[in-house]
Design a binder for this molecule. Sequence first.
Ligand code: SAM
Length: 251
Amino acid sequence: MNNTRPIIEKCAERAGSRYELWIDFIRSAGLEHMAEVGVYRGNFASSILENCSSLKKYYMIDPWRHLDDWNKPANEDDALFESFFAETKARTDFAGEKRVILRGKTVEVIDDLPDEQLDFAYIDGDHTLKGIAIDLICIYPKVRPGGFIGGDDFSKTIWQHHSKYEPTLVFPFAVYFAEAVGAPIYGLPYNQFLIEKTIARSFEFVDLTGDYSNLSLRGQLDANKALKLKMAEMLPRATKYARKMKKWFSK
Ligand SMILES: C[S@@+](CC[C@H](N)C(=O)[O-])C[C@H]1O[C@@H](n2cnc3c(N)ncnc32)[C@H](O)[C@@H]1O
């Protein structure tokens, strides 16, 4: 698509949520084959399938099991994941003929996806550095030239969750990845990103939000910042009060 930028700009401008953003984009681009990495309870999948009639095939990739090497808050126990799996199937049964369930971690099932078949892959699985690196590298050859990779949790801070969890590295890693493969990447509202798999090398980071100016990690890993973060986690009320006072005195 040689007019991606105006399309995604319009979608970003009119979207009231990440759901609306992707529904609008899939419809505008007339996408037919997509995959979602990290499906959880199937809420996103059912909404996309319900609202995007152009879709002919929807691959769902998720292990729906507890993972010992995934230190993130959504890592539930096996029993709960089993119920989420049943929930996902029930929610998307109406689109049963379009749905392909690949139950396993990305690396366990990626070979079941044909090469260069996907118009769109939505990455919303393991957002750690290990997870996003594996997902982008595995999914890229599965996307057709001219196709897209979108994703969630493009958080401008790596400390998206409590510091007892592994940091979130979707941003800036996805930008580094896009530069490596020579693809344009868009920073979008609601912590979303979009990579276009262009035929010619044309890397550019287009930040449509103004939130992603700093691509380096040094500031976020600074010892003073880490100390402040720890204090805020240990003494949340005192930190809130101190911030209020600081704001008040700086007026
Ligand atoms: C945040 S939830 C996904 C939410 C879903 N996309 C939505 O919008 O409703 C993250 C999911 O990623 C899955 N996940 C974690 N590690 C994964 C991996 N290595 N490969 C595939 N999926 C993974 C988890 O099982 C979990 O269901």
